[in-house]
Write a protein that binds this ligand. Sequence first.
Ligand code: SF4
Ligand code: MG
Length: 318
Amino acid sequence: VRNLTMHFDIHAGILRRKVGAVRAVDGLSFDIMQGETLGLVGESGCGKSTTGRAILRLYDPTDGSVKIDGVDIASLNTSDLRKARPQMQMIFQDPQASLNPRMNVSEIIAEPLREHTKMDSAARDARVRELMDAVGLNRAFASRYPHEFSGGQRQRIGIARALALNPKFIVCDEPIAALDVSIQAQVVNLLEDLQRELGLTYLFISHDLSMVRHLATRVAVMYLGKIVELAPRDALYSDPHHPYTQALLSAVPVADPEVEATRKQIILEGDVPSPAKPPEGCNFCTRCPKVMDICRKVSPEFREHAPGRFSACHLMDE
Ligand code: SF4
Ligand code: MG
């Protein structure tokens, strides 16, 4: 991903003139390695979901490139994009909203097969059964409708549909956030098992830092449309470099009671600025406990300060 940018124009008045733009995603550059889970974390509204959608071309990015095996997804025309579509899929937050209530399970899972392959109906049925097995859904339920299932089972249907075309890369957008806590772990375990068996690569979007710690290989932290830090999982959690990451992690309870007793939460003052009017200089300068004069004038560059450790902060340049 290079310089990925997604601005939404703001129009106003009876002539609907453009009066500004929401900088939802503002020039992201990072790599996702084959077979890894890159966690993408940050508070709601920071641009995580928009990033996932722009990478998959569910939105047309304003600028930037997204190469999968050398092919720039961001610049494909409609027919080439259609051909590239099977290799990259999305698992959505709300399985209820993303499943057509008038289609039964086998129709839902078979839909991408019907759209993108020449399989006959017998082959499609066989593939649907295989996918139901893979995600732990009872084959006997193939003719039931989404409302007849629990939230966790509906997410399994969504996962089966996402796997139908043998994708290599899946964006998981808060795939467990809408589920009961009691079944979140089952769905996470399923995603991990499938990754291992099928060699999948995940971009795992979540606001849940404990969950991401459990399953990510590396973690990227977003604030106000930008990635502020990206690092291998253990390095990020044990030694966060960026002041925003430090504040985010300070709010996460620690399992070890001795460590928990000494945990000092960093409280950030003020609200996140509007992405239609981000501050001059560093995006985080209005709330950063370590802000310096330069931060209000010059935007820090996102770069590799130590092997595998990227961040955007003037403190790292000292
Ligand atoms: Fe804080 Fe300055 Fe670093 Fe931004 S560049 S995170 S304001 S110290
Ligand atoms: Mg979101």
